[in-house]
Design a protein around this ligand. Structure first.
Ligand code: NAD
Length: 419
C-alpha cells in the first residue's frame, strides 16, 4: 500500500473533493493561481431560520447556500434537510455540482444548500414554515438566471412547490426558478427516475466497454430510496442479476437474484424494506462486502473507507450517492484495479433532467417521457465516452479523467469571460 495513504489522517467531505481536484489539476499541470481561482467558492451564505413549531415553541435553525462557481452558467444544486448538514458538507457538495454540470456539459455552474434539521421529526406544516422562512432569507440570491435549487436528501417535489410559491411572491411568476417540481405543476416527466436511471444507463455502458453482459453481472445496491430503487428497476429490466439491496431497515440478499418488482411493491406498501421476505437478512456492513461484480452505493457518503476497503470484493463500483468512497479508499481501489465510476458522472442524471425541466419552463413547452429519456441517454453516453477515452489515454482513474474534463471546461469558460 502507498505509505502516503496509510499515514494520512481521515479527510472530511470538502477535503476529499479538494484532494480529487488537486489530483486532476496535477495531471493538467495547472498553475497554483488558477487552482485557487477554480477551487474557491464564489459565495457562502449562512442564515438564521427562526420558526414557530406546532406546539408554540420558537425554534431557530441554521440554513446554508454555497454558490461555488458560475463561469459556465447559472448555479445549480439541491437543498438538503438533514441533521448532519453543516457548512463544510454544503461546500463540498456545491463544488461537486460545478464539476458534475461541467462533465456532462450542461450550461450551469454549481451550488448547494441545506438546513440542519431532521425532517422526519417535523410535521408537514412545520416543514412548510421552515422552507418559506428559509426562502425569505435567500430569495434575492437565487432565481432562474442566478442559482436554481432542486431537491436533495430530505426534500421533495412538494418542498420545491412551496419554494417556487414563496420565491414568486417576491419576483413574480417564473417556474424556472426551481426544478424538481411536481410533474403536474411545471415539473418534468422522468425527473424522479432520472438519477437512478442514469446510474443504470452508465453501469450498462461501463460493463459493455469491459466486455461483460448484464445477465452475467451480480449487482449489490446500497440504499433503496429515490436513486437506489430506480437504479434497481432499470437494472432488473436490463437483465442484471441483483443479489443484494438495502435501506435503513437492513440488507437483503439472495444468491440467485432478488425479485426487484416485489421489493419495489413492498416499499410502496410499507415505506421501507422492513419485513421483505424471500431473501436472507444481513447487515449493511455485510452487504458492502458481498461477493459481487458491481457495487452501487446509493445511500450515504463515506461508506467505503480504509476500514472496509480491503473487504470490498466488487470489481466495479458505480457511485449513485455523493461521495460514498473516501479519498484514501479510492486510491486503494485504483491500486487494486477496481474501476470506480465517480459520482460527478454516475449520478448526474438528476441534474441533467433538471436542466430539461428548466428548458421546458423557459419555453412554456412540455416534452413527453420518451424525449426526456432519449436526451438523457444521449447526454450521459457522450459524457461517459469522453471520460472513458481520456482515462485510457492518460492511464488515470475514471474519477481523475472526469475531474480533468470538468476542470478544463470551467477553466476555458473563465478565460473566455475574462477575469
Ligand atoms: P433517499 O432519501 O430517497 O434514499 C436514501 C436511501 O438510503 C433510503 O432507502 C434509506 O433508507 C437508505 N439509507 C439511509 N441510511 C442508510 C444506511 N445507513 N444504510 C443503508 N441504507 C441507508 O435519497 P436519494 O435521493 O436516493 O439520495 C441518495 C444519495 O444519492 C445521496 O447521497 C444523494 O445526495 C445522492 N443523489 C441523489 C440525487 C437525486 O436525484 N435524488 C441526485 C444526485 C445524487
Amino acid at each position: 500500500m502507498n505509505s502516503n495513504v496509510a499515514n494520512r489522517k481521515h479527510m472530511n467531505a470538502y477535503e476529499t473533493v479538494l484532494h480529487y481536484f488537486e489530483r486532476a489539476a496535477d495531471a493538467l499541470e495547472l498553475e497554483e493561481s488558477t487552482r485557487r481561482l477554480l477551487k474557491m467558492p464564489k459565495r457562502e451564505i449562512t442564515v438564521e431560520v427562526p420558526v414557530e413549531m406546532d406546539d408554540g415553541r420558537l425554534e431557530t435553525l441554521v440554513g446554508y447556500r454555497v454558490q461555488h462557481n458560475n463561469a459556465r452558467g447559472p448555479m445549480k444544486g439541491g437543498l438538503r434537510y438533514h441533521p448532519d448538514v453543516d457548512l463544510d458538507e454544503v461546500r463540498a457538495l456545491a463544488s461537486l455540482m460545478t464539476w458534475k454540470t461541467a462533465v456532462v456539459n450542461i450550461p450551469y455552474g454549481g451550488a448547494k444548500g441545506g438546513i440542519c434539521v431532521a425532517p422526519r421529526e417535523l410535521s408537514r406544516k412545520e416543514n412548510e414554515r421552515i422552507t418559506r422562512k428559509f426562502i425569505d432569507q435567500i430569495h434575492d440570491i437565487i432565481g432562474p438566471d442566478r442559482d436554481i435549487p432542486a431537491p436533495d436528501m430530505g426534500t421533495n417535489s412538494e418542498t420545491m412547490a412551496w419554494i417556487r410559491n414563496q420565491w414568486e411572491k417576491y419576483h413574480g411568476f417564473n417556474p424556472a426558478c426551481i426544478t424538481g417540481k411536481p410533474v403536474e405543476d411545471y415539473g418534468a416527466k422522468g425527473r424522479e427516475e432520472a438519477t437512478g436511471r442514469g446510474v443504470g444507463i452508465l453501469s450498462f455502458k461501463m460493463l459493455k466497454r469491459l466486455g461483460r453482459l448484464p445477465k452475467d453481472t451480480r449487482v449489490v445496491i446500497q440504499g433503496f430510496g429515490n436513486v437506489g430503487s430506480h437504479a434497481a428497476k432499470f437494472m432488473y429490466e436490463s437483465e442484471f442479476k441483483i443479489v443484494g439491496i438495502s435501506d435503513v431497515s437492513g440488507a437483503y440478499y439472495r444468491e440467485d437474484g432478488l425479485d426487484i418488482p416485489a421489493a419495489l411493491h413492498h416499499v410502496i406498501e410499507n415505506r421501507s424494506l422492513q419485513g421483505f421476505d424471500n431473501a436472507e437478512k444481513i447487515t449493511n456492513d455485510e452487504l458492502l462486502e458481498l461477493d459481487c461484480d458491481l457495487l452501487v452505493p446509493a445511500a450515504l457518503g463515506g461508506v467505503v473507507t480504509m476500514e472496509n476497503v480491503e473487504k470490498i470484493r466488487a470489481k466495479y463500483i458505480v457511485e449513485g450517492a455523493n461521495g460514498p468512497v473516501d479519498a484514501d479508499a479510492d486510491e486503494r481501489l485504483f491500486e487494486r484495479g477496481v474501476a470506480v465510476l465517480p459520482d460527478i458522472l454516475a449520478n448526474a442524471g438528476g441534474v441533467t433532467v433538471s436542466y430539461f425541466e428548466w428548458v421546458q419552463n423557459r419555453q412554456y413547452y412540455s416534452w413527453d417521457l420518451n424525449r426526456v429519456r432519449q436526451q438523457l441517454d444521449s447526454i450521459l453516453s457522450s459524457a461517459f465516452e469522453d471520460v472513458w477515452q481520456l482515462a485510457n489515454e492518460k492511464n488515470v482513474s475514471l474519477r481523475t479523467a472526469a475531474f480533468m474534463i470538468a476542470i478544463q471546461r470551467v477553466k476555458r469558460s473563465t478565460e473566455l469571460g475574462g477575469f
